[in-house]
Ligand binder design. Structure first.
Ligand code: ADP
Length: 300
């Protein structure tokens, strides 16, 4: 057994408030839903849980609100073994994602950042923690200022940075310059480059970052790097998908664990693909993420 590597996640925690309906309401309309669930989520927290379950020592930097949701969000992270010592509790509400899922599996989402919006800069404690890490995982659900600062702090200390550019938005050069590995899905790759072909988009992104993995849903993923001429494609395991929420977060979290363990990229991509395929076979985002034993069994 490899000794655990150390990963810091600088990212969001949200309570997902999910209503299941036959058909989403139009403006001004009221419809009766079938079911309602509250599920701990947020891209940062999801990646933290995925990485911790995959066997890393994971710490989370972010914020929850001083409310009922905040207690549950922190508790869910603790339960998965994520260190929450530097997860702040701030006045006001926790982040929430208001999600309507229709019978065709389509969804519409409103994210209200709440406490996440208060994390605008790093504390000395945050910097000291990043200093000890093997990798820093980042997404774009915290204010951009702190994401830029975090990536810069990691780069200064020689800590590997892995960025999921979601939700899609244009990225400042100072963030791209301090990103080692960018992990967009197809839509985000297109949003960043204006190119619809994922391979062309990935190649274009090499102008700004040294390594890119584009995730392609059930079609798997595509890897390109400045220092290797050939792209690498890894097909996804063929499984019956029931809920693909947070597949990308599982993928990014587990990929980072495998890379910090020193696994070569092809092997790390197989780990990430196996874990993401396991997660889509069950309902729920963070609740469906596999533990290391299940990932190892799937790979065997
Ligand atoms: P996101 O969740 O960010 O939209 P993707 O949909 O590209 O990202 O999914 C991320 C990864 O999850 C894929 O690269 C793949 O490995 C895995 N995955 C997603 N959907 C499926 C599926 N239906 N079957 C197997 N693996 C899947």
């Amino acid at each position: 057994m490899t000794s655990p590597t150390s990963i810091v996640v600088l990212g969001s925690t949200n309570m997902d408030l999910v209503a299941y309906v036959a058909k989403a309401p139009a403006r001004g309309e009221t419809v009766t839903g079938r079911e309602f669930r509250t599920v701990p989520g947020g891209k940062g927290a999801n990646q933290a849980v995925a990485a911790a379950r995959a066997g890393a020592e994971v710490s989370m930097i972010g914020a929850v609100g001083a409310d009922e949701f905040g207690l549950r969000l922190r508790g869910a992270l603790d339960h998965s073994g994520v260190d929450t010592d530097l997860l702040r509790t701030v006045e006001g509400p926790s982040g929430t994602a208001h999600i309507v899922v229709d019978d065709e599996g389509g969804n519409a989402i409103v994210v209200v950042p709440g406490a996440n919006g208060t994390v605008t800069s790093l504390t000395h404690g945050d910097e000291a923690l990043i200093d000890t890490a093997d990798a820093l995982l980042l997404q774009l659900e915290l204010p951009l200022s702190v994401v830029v600062e975090g990536a810069g702090a990691a780069r200064e200390r020689g800590v590997r940075t892995v960025l999921t550019p979601a939700p899609a938005r244009s990225l400042p050069p100072e963030l791209l310059n301090t990103t080692d590995l960018l992990v967009p899905n197809e839509h985000e790759a297109t949003a960043l480059t204006g190119l619809t072909d994922p391979y062309e988009a990935a190649r274009a992104l090499l102008d700004v970052v040294p390594q890119v993995v584009v995730t392609l849903g059930a079609a798997g993923c595509l890897y390109v790097a400045r220092d290797s001429a050939e792209p690498l494609t890894v097909p996804a395991p063929r499984v019956h998908a029931v809920d693909t929420t947070a597949a990308g977060d599982t993928f990014a979290g587990v990929l980072t664990v495998a890379l910090t363990e020193g696994r070569p990229m092809p092997e790390a991509l197989s780990w990430a693909s196996a874990a993401a395929a396991l997660s889509v076979q069950h309902e729920g985002a963070s609740t469906s993420m596999p533990y290391r034993v299940a990932i190892e069994a799937a790979l065997a």
